[in-house]
Design a protein around this ligand. Structure first.
Ligand code: HEC
Ligand code: HEC
Ligand code: HEC
Length: 435
């Protein structure tokens, strides 16, 4: 009897495995000669360049700026380290032999030309929403770049995560293939914004928390998440921005890297704004602003100005009442630049009471900016802030407690000194690996 049951179970197991293998197996698409650049119009190439920016291909596929798109950037995950691939048209190490069909399949289904399943660190889960026309423009753009012969390092993933076939199971659970479907009840501008944000822009890849399998938790879309040691704040109604994001302020932020009633774009968001959206047309930035302002239920521009004034006044009143050690650090290190007339705050000297980083539950962005400053590639063009790594952990902790207590109405942060030390180590290893 036991023998028979075992035999049946083993048989069932083999059958299931066979079904899975048939399901998971994908054909290789034949190689072809690289298409001639003459196949593509100038307009298509310009469109492709802007789209590649919105999709942020450069950021993830470039290590050495002299060799754009040649891959090799490391993606540390809980399952091991993965490296981005070479997507220049080199025929030996890049995608030079890829047909249009192979490219479309990779972008929409996460399958390489040879049939191997790709890992979702490559945001094909979003790119699947992109239209045929836009994918063709991207293909044209990539196929006319300078080919670079460069083999990225091999992946270093733990068993069984290194078995690409198992990604088919991940897809079954967490991936829905399909183009963007417009919502008729919404405006054309909003729909354009949704198409860009949910598709190529993959904004939620950073702003949405992920589950244990690395998939975005769709029920927590845009609730805010930690990514690459930065905190990407909530963009929906959970936003902790002291002044609600309006369409105008979102446009300014996404176009220039800063806006009057908010902080500036630093860390990976600086990359999104300056490298990514830099070539995007104005109307596409307006579309993104339309989509995200609707998500956060903003007030009017007038209300924004009033809230900003009231917020700065409240911070100034609370600061006048405390004279602890944290305030001394602030006066010594920060106050010479970060002061404002409540009626007329300056965009170039962001008022700290208007900054989401001070109100967020997670203090990491504020710690990082205090340690590292804001360099020329970040925030608004032409303005920088020096880093203050020379302050001790105790100094920074006192400063941040002071800022939290006076510049916000949020509860105190815990374990600040530990977190500051952790960020210090993190910044040190990053600087080392960048050299
Ligand atoms: C968030 C980081 C990230 C972004 C943004 C990104 N990629 Fe990738 N991409 C990766 C990683 C990582 C891989 C390797 C995945 C793997 O090995 O399974 C990859 C793989 C690919 C592949 C498969 C190559 C092959 O040889 O199988 C293609 C094609 C590709 N990316 C194109 C693009 C394009 C086009 C864009 C911009 C629209 C883009 N990627 C943006 C991270 C990214
Ligand atoms: C690679 C990760 C990443 C991607 C992709 C990304 N963001 Fe961000 N975003 C961040 C981080 C990190 C911050 C916090 C930066 C800071 O404090 O300056 C941020 C901040 C923001 C803020 C400011 C929020 C606030 O309250 O201060 C807005 C608005 C925003 N992102 C919009 C977008 C939009 C729109 C997209 C898609 C086009 C996008 N983000 C894509 C990482 C990302
Ligand atoms: C020399 C002038 C100067 C000093 C001193 C200074 N800052 Fe700044 N800070 C700036 C400027 C300018 C920006 C905006 C940079 C940009 O847009 O590129 C900025 C931006 C910021 C931001 C916004 C980052 C974001 O994510 O939105 C924070 C937070 C900040 N400063 C905190 C501090 C703290 C804390 C101190 C004291 C330890 C300090 N700053 C000292 C000039 C200064």
């Amino acid at each position: 009897m036991i023998k028979r049951i075992t035999a049946i179970l083993v048989g069932l197991g083999i059958l299931l495995l066979a079904v899975f293998l048939v399901y998971a197996w994908e054909a290789s698409i034949p190689e072809q000669d690289p298409p001639s650049p003459g196949n593509f119009s100038q307009a298509m190439l310009e469109q492709g360049e802007a789209l590649a920016g919105i999709g942020n291909c450069q950021s993830c596929h470039t290590v050495d700026p002299e060799q754009p798109l040649a891959g090799g950037r490391a993606f540390p995950t809980e399952f091991g380290t993965l490296y981005s691939t070479n997507i220049t048209p080199d025929t030996a190490t890049g995608i030079g032999t890829w047909s249009r069909e192979a490219f479309h399949r990779a972008m929409r289904e996460g399958i390489s030309r040879n049939g191997a399943h790709l890992f979702p660190a490559f945001p094909y889960t979003h790119y699947t929403k992109v239209s045929d026309e836009d994918l063709d423009a991207l293909y044209a753009y990539l196929m006319t770049r300078e080919p670079v012969n460069a083999e990225p390092p091999g992946n270093d993933l733990r068993f069984p995560f290194n078995i690409r076939l198992l990604q088919a199971g991940w897809k079954l659970l967490f991936f829905e293939e399909g183009r963007y479907q417009p919502e008729d009840s919404r405006s054309e501008l909003w729909n354009r914004g949704a198409y860009l944000a949910e598709g190529l822009g993959h904004c939620s890849a950073c702003h949405t928390p992920r589950n244990d399998f690395g998939a975005e938790q769709t029920d927590l879309a845009y609730e805010g998440a930690v990514i690459n040691n930065w905190y990407a704040p909530a963009l929906n109604t959970s936003s902790l921005a002291p002044v609600a994001w309006t369409e105008a302020s979102l446009y300014d932020y996404l176009r220039s890297g800063g806006s009057t009633y908010h902080g500036v774009a630093v860390g990976s968001m600086a990359d999104v704004v300056h490298r990514g959206l830099g070539r995007a047309q104005d109307r596409d930035i307006r579309a993104l602003a339309s989509y995200f302002s609707a998500m956060a239920e903003p007030g009017s521009e007038e209300q924004a100005a009033q809230t900003a004034t009231a917020t700065i006044q409240a911070a100034q009143q609370r600061s006048a009442e405390t004279l602890g050690y944290g305030e001394k650090v602030f006066t010594y290190a920060c106050a010479s630049c970060h002061y404002n007339d409540p009626e007329n705050p300056s965009t170039l000297r962001p008022d700290l009471s208007l900054n989401t980083a001070l109100r967020a539950d997670n203090p990491m962005n504020l710690i990082r900016v205090t340690l590292e400053g804001v360099d020329n590639e970040e925030g608004l063009p032409g303005v920088v802030m020096p880093g203050f790594a020379e302050l001790s952990n105790a100094d920074i902790s006192a400063l941040l407690h002071f800022l939290r207590a006076t510049h916000t109405d949020r509860p105190a942060w815990n374990n600040l000194e530990d977190e500051i030390e952790r960020q210090r180590q993190e910044v040190a290893t990053q600087t080392e690996s960048a050299q």
